[in-house]
Design a protein around this ligand. Structure first.
Ligand code: FMN
Length: 561
């Protein structure tokens, strides 16, 4: 669908056709994409209509011709306790080394198990992904002090083998210039997305899922870094074109792989110096990416959005500070961060019975609040714009009903003015820092499941959530670039809920399929200022006993390419 068709299919009455020949402004393309990628009860967003199994994209990227270094598989239990990591407690940074690179990847994006049903075998990873299709890849630019090569080099993380593939090297002199002033050992992490992996199954809506998945990966990386005493920060204004050439990421075509952002990885909590990427002099290694599918379907609306975001002006970062860190109630979980992160799994359904203790529910909400020292949100500049519309079904001591939890002070007032007047907005007594309101008391199980594309798990858990985002406020301050950022924030928030559920002995599931405007109609909202961008369910899982579980490493014989 070219952008001109995208434009024609917009539903808004205020639409004006752009001048002939001139592409619409990036912000207008973002708004148009948002509308056409909505699911409605009467019509799903355009998808392929059927699953072309013969062309299912390969789940693992391999760089043909790249020298590969196997990472040693770490022990199954890490030193850092889960609760310490979530609290952002200070840790002595580990020294840069191949072992540290291994632990960072192992706790964030590595394979955690293989599942088998009949002849089919597939990998699960520490980070979740819509449809388990994993559009996110990770690249690491590491200096010689990491002990992987004599020169600074750009590496691709290969999760199936738990290995690094070397794609390019960089002169020592230019590396020194670029990192002058940064803490010793500082490095770069560059996540990329391959939209085709998601588009193969989900069509037009796939771009949203790539951004959700990236948000999950950003939180996973921030937390894994913190478990080693390191931190990640977004590198503002990063110009990634030279890195694209050096790495060999296909910039165009159906299997294009797009760098999303660059993160600075630095030891300790204090250093915020940012490397100057323009100084780096790369020498490409000439490796070639594996082909993911023989045939493709093009989703031109996604191309149009990517093109619009690439030309969108960079608005200067918002002048906002994160809220001060709040005192998080202890989690009863005494497991290591690694154990929790690597046993995280999505529930396929929930049992429709088990209730969550009120304290566990409040702890989850508190853990999901952003603050300056929160490792999961370290790569997402404030202000937070994603909030939780909660469908509470089974939480001890809390009446079932519809609730709202604000993640930024002042947000509730703005939302309230846009919602139906009959809502209660009764402030719920909760530990300090948690701004929770009851909008309506009543049984929301059927409504929650119906809004989540009739998925039963949204009504069968302890609670489910719609992540309500301040879309127009984001556009007003960051322009079109706010659009991917909001989905990433939702993904990062979801990652915290996944881990908190795991730590509390229950499970969670990200829900990308929901009827967007059904949620907005429930609230009585009349414009697009606030939009629900991601759904989530938390509760006691029903496991699928038909599946066999195999260990992650060494890779089992005959595992998928
Ligand atoms: C962005 C996103 C959207 C998802 N949407 C759904 C959904 O609508 N329904 C569902 O049952 N699972 C959904 N999932 C869960 C994935 O299917 C799950 O993450 C994937 O199968 C991998 O399994 P794992 O999470 O256990 O590693 C979603 C996950 C993500 C990250």
């Amino acid at each position: 669908m070219p952008w001109s068709d995208l434009w024609r299919r917009r539903a808004g009455a205020e639409d004006r056709e752009p001048a002939a020949g001139a592409p619409p402004a990036p912000l207008e393309i973002a708004r148009a994409y948002h509308r056409v990628s909505k699911h409605h009860t009467h019509r799903y967003a355009d998808g392929p209509g059927w699953l072309d199994w013969a062309n299912q994209p390969a789940p693992f990227r391999t760089w043909l011709g790249a020298p590969r270094v196997a990472l040693q598989v770490p022990s199954s239990d890490g030193a850092a306790r889960y609760d310490e990591v979530l609290r952002g407690a200070a840790r002595e940074p580990s020294a840069p080394s191949a072992a540290l690179a291994s632990e960072l990847c192992f706790d964030s994006l590595a394979v955690t198990a293989w599942k088998q049903a009949g002849d089919a075998r597939w990998a699960l990873r520490a980070n979740p992904s819509s449809g388990n299709l994993h559009p996110t890849e990770l690249y690491l630019a590491l200096g010689p002090e990491w002990g992987l090569a004599d020169e600074p080099a750009l590496w691709h993380y290969a999760p199936r083998e738990h290995a690094l593939e070397r794609l390019a090297t960089c002169t020592r002199e230019s590396w020194r210039r670029a990192f002058d002033g940064c803490a010793p050992g500082s490095a770069l992490l560059v996540p990329t997305s391959i939209p085709w992996r998601e588009a193969w199954k989900y069509g037009l809506r796939a771009w949203r899922y790539c951004q959700h998945d990236l948000g999950h990966a950003l939180a996973a990386l921030g937390l894994a870094a913190h478990a080693q005493g390191w931190r990640v920060d977004e590198l503002a204004e990063a110009e990634l074109a030279p890195l694209t050439v050096a790495a060999g990421w296909p910039a165009r075509g159906p299997e294009r792989e797009l760098p999303d952002l660059a993160l600075v990885l630095a030891p300790g909590a204090s250093s915020r110096a940012q490397p100057r990427l323009a100084e780096l002099e790369w020498r490409a290694g000439g490796a070639r990416p594996n082909e993911l599918s023989a045939e493709h379907v093009d989703w031109e609306a996604i191309d149009a959005l990517e093109e619009a975001l690439a030309r969108a002006p960079r608005a200067s970062a918002e002048r906002a500070e994160h809220a001060p860190a709040l005192v998080l109630a202890s989690s009863p979980c005494t497991r290591s961060f690694r154990a929790v992160a690597r046993t995280r799994r999505s529930a396929v359904d929930m049992d429709g019975r088990t209730a969550l203790a009120r304290a566990a529910f409040e702890r989850m909400l508190a853990a999901a609040l952003p603050h300056a020292a929160h490792p999961a949100f370290a790569a997402l500049a404030p202000p937070p714009r994603a909030h939780l519309l909660l469908f509470v079904h089974r939480v001890d001591g809390l009446a079932p009903g519809l609730y709202f939890c604000a993640r930024r002070s002042g947000a509730a007032g703005d939302l309230r003015a846009r919602c139906r007047p009959e809502f209660e907005w009764a402030r719920v007594d909760a530990p300090s820092g948690i701004e929770l309101y009851r909008l309506h008391a009543g049984d929301m199980r059927g409504v929650a499941a119906a809004l989540s594309c009739q998925q039963a798990l949204a009504g069968n858990g302890a609670f489910s959530a719609g992540m309500l985002c301040e879309l127009e406020a984001g556009f007003a301050s960051l322009g079109a670039r706010a659009y991917p950022r909001l989905f990433r924030e939702c993904g990062a928030l979801g990652q915290v809920l996944y881990l908190e559920a795991e730590a509390a002995g229950v499970r969670a599931t990200g829900i990308g399929c929901f009827f967007d405007d059904g949620v907005h109609a429930l609230l009585g909202m009349r414009d697009e200022a606030w939009q629900s961008l991601y759904h989530f369910a938390v509760g006691a899982a029903i496991d699928d006993a038909r599946l066999t579980t195999l260990p992650a490493y060494p890779t089992p014989e005959g595992a998928a390419d």
